[in-house]
Each structure stands twice: as C-alpha cells, then as structure tokens.
Design a protein around this ligand. Structure first.
Ligand code: AMP
Ligand code: MN
Ligand code: MN
Length: 335
C-alpha cells in the first residue's frame, strides 16, 4: 500500500491530470473529485474531470460542479495521469469511459471500498476510511505538513466544502459506524477552513427533493415485503413507476437506507428494474451481515454495511434470489 508522501511526490512529477469516479456518482464521488481538483489546480497542474453520468441535482451547489465534463468531451485528450476516485474497479467509471480515458503515464486509484480492486499503477486504498473524501483530506494534510505550512494554505475553502459534503454523505450524516472520532475531527477542520454552515450543506443535499421523488417513494413503499421473521426488508422499483411519476433510477437513492429504520430488520434491500430488463440491487445491513461480501458474489461490491450489484434477471426474480441469499447470510453470520 502506498503512503500519502509517495503519492504526493508523484503528483508533483506530472503536469496533466484527469479525474473520474463511479457511475451514478454520489456525494462522496463528487466531493472527493472536486476536493482533489482544487488542490491540483493550486499546485499549478492542468486538470479536468470526466464522469460517465451527470452531477445529480443535489450536488449542484458545490463550487465548480459545472466544470465536470462528460464522456463526449474526452475526444482525443490523453492526460499523463488518470486519478480514479471512489470506484472499487476501473469499469465502475463506465466501461466506455474506462476504455477511452487512457493515461499516458500513470493510473492512480484512491478508494475506501472493502471490495476495492488494486487496479491502479499506484493505489491508495484504506477500507477503514469513512470515505474517499476523507482520504483526499489526509493527502492534503500530508502535503501541508511536509511543506511545514498551515493546512489552509493547500486546502482552500471550496475544497473543504466539497470534502465535507463527501464525508457527510458516506457516513449517513455521521450516523454510520464508519464515522470515527478521527472522521469527526476531520469534519471539524473542514468546517473551520471552509467557513460554511453544516446545516446548509445538509439542506442542500437532503432537503431539495423534487416532489416527484416523494411520489415515487409512495409507490415503492407500497411494495414493502418482510421475510425471515422480519429480519429482511425489501422493496422494488419498476420502469412503470418511473414513467408514472416522471422519475428515473437516480430517484431511488436512499430508499434502502430508510428500510433500515424498521425494528428487527437486519438486512434491507431495494431492487430497481433497469431499462434493459435486468435489475440493480442496493443492500444495507444493520448488524453483522456482510452485504459487501454478498454483493461480491453477484460481481458487485461495496462495504460491509452498504453494497450493490447488478443481476441479469427480471426484478421479481431478483427479489426472490436476494431474499434466499440474504437468508443464508443471516444464518452464516449468526454463528
Ligand atoms: P448504492 O446501493 O448504489 O448506494 O451503493 C452502495 C455501495 O455499494 C457504494 O459504496 C457503491 O459504490 C457500492 N456498489 C453499488 N453497486 C455496485 C456494483 N455494481 N459494483 C460494485 N460496487 C457497487
Ligand atoms: Mn460512492
Ligand atoms: Mn465512498
């Protein structure tokens, strides 16, 4: 495993950078990218960000979000260095983009997934970190320490806001078990340096929900089903529900988390019917069951308590398959 110092030396050696993150980017994905973007710019580097999917509405309050480019913008651009953030495998940035955005010199992978592949030429992976944004914060702190200057010399206000947003998102607003004492210290630093109001960040991310998403939620919660004496909770979302409510798969974000609130539930999951007829699964665990390992069995991945995968069967069959597999996992983790 590479340490921060060695990675920073590499950053200094090259001039042109591209950054990317996983498809359907979340708060950590966007926050970590932008956080690193501002730092590299401060270092005087030429840096561009390319994502397969657009920045979700909820993150369009972040500075420079609109500088993030799409697949079509890549053209013939070949950066010396490609930094992939928060993606447990290279294909997670989108198979087309992974093939097109080839670095001339170096592929760097910065990630915190338990199921992370060391696909980079250099890899900064720490599954104990709350988020990729926290890892980027550590990098910037290491740089400031090495230079013997205050952190805010290298971590600007804009970067602090983006990294805080990423940490807030991946810790479920500091509620999940990945929110350590260190994570809280990092957050405090970011609030001071960024000079923003944390409640405003929360409101931007979670309280700008379009009403169509709430209408979708009504449909989705109507499919709630409990299994295994109430230990497994599941819902599904169909293309018809998207059509009826004028929403799409992005609006499903957070639904599986909500099911965790149910007393007695150990594992909750949400199955989304995709346009191609296959299904995407979002899994959450409240206790010992390692849903990251479960998702990996379906060629997906994630963390012990939050993971996802795709399955190539119609959604109702996917629900059945998942209930059976979760049931086995619950037995296994009881021992
Ligand atoms: P989600 O359920 O989409 O919120 O994702 C929960 C966690 O699982 C995140 O850390 C994702 O990066 C990860 N994840 C979701 N889907 C996949 C997949 N198909 N392959 C690998 N990791 C995934
Ligand atoms: Mn992510
Ligand atoms: Mn993350």
């Amino acid at each position: 495993m590479l340490n921060c110092g060695a990675l920073l030396t590499l950053f200094e050696q090259y001039e042109t950078f591209a950054l990317s993150t996983h498809i359907h980017p979340d708060g950590d994905a966007i926050g970590a990218e932008l956080g690193l973007y501002f730092f590299l710019k401060k270092l005087g580097k030429s840096v561009r960000i390319f994502n397969t999917d657009e920045v979700p509405e909820a993150y369009r309050f972040l500075p420079s979000w609109d500088e993030i480019e799409g697949f079509d913008a890549v053209g013939g651009y070949r950066p010396e260095v490609l930094v992939v953030l928060d993606a447990s495998a290279l294909e997670r940035i989108g198979t087309r983009l992974a093939k097109k955005l080839l670095p001339l010199e170096l592929l760097i992978n910065i990630d915190h997934h338990a199921t992370a592949d060391a696909f980079g030429d250099v890899n900064l992976i720490d599954a104990a970190a709350s988020s990729t944004s926290e890892l980027v914060y550590r990098l910037l702190r290491a740089y400031a320490r090495r230079e013997g200057v205050a952190l805010e010399v290298w971590l600007c206000e804009a970067s602090a806001l983006c990294l805080y947003t990423g940490i807030m998102f991946d810790t479920g607003c500091f509620r999940h078990s990945n929110a350590s004492a260190e994570t809280h210290r990092v957050a405090a630093d970011l609030i001071e340096i960024g000079d923003f109001a944390p409640d405003e960040v929360y409101r931007n991310v979670y309280e700008q929900v379009p009403v169509c998403k709430i209408r979708l939620l009504r449909e989705v919660l109507g499919t709630l089903s409990l299994a295994d004496d109430g230990r497994i909770a599941s819902v599904y979302v169909t293309q018809e529900m998207f059509d009826k409510t004028g929403t799409g798969p992005d609006s499903v974000e957070g639904v599986a988390n909500q099911l965790q609130a149910i007393a007695g539930v150990e594992v909750a999951f949400c199955v989304t019917e995709l346009a191609d007829g296959n299904a995407k699964v979002s899994l959450r665990s409240k206790g010992n069951v390692d849903v990251g390992a479960l998702a990996a069995e379906f060629k997906g991945g994630g963390h012990k308590r939050a993971a996802g995968c795709r399955v190539e069967v119609p959604y109702l069959l996917a629900v059945e398959k998942l209930v059976a597999r979760v049931h086995r996992y619950i037995r296994r983790f009881q021992d």
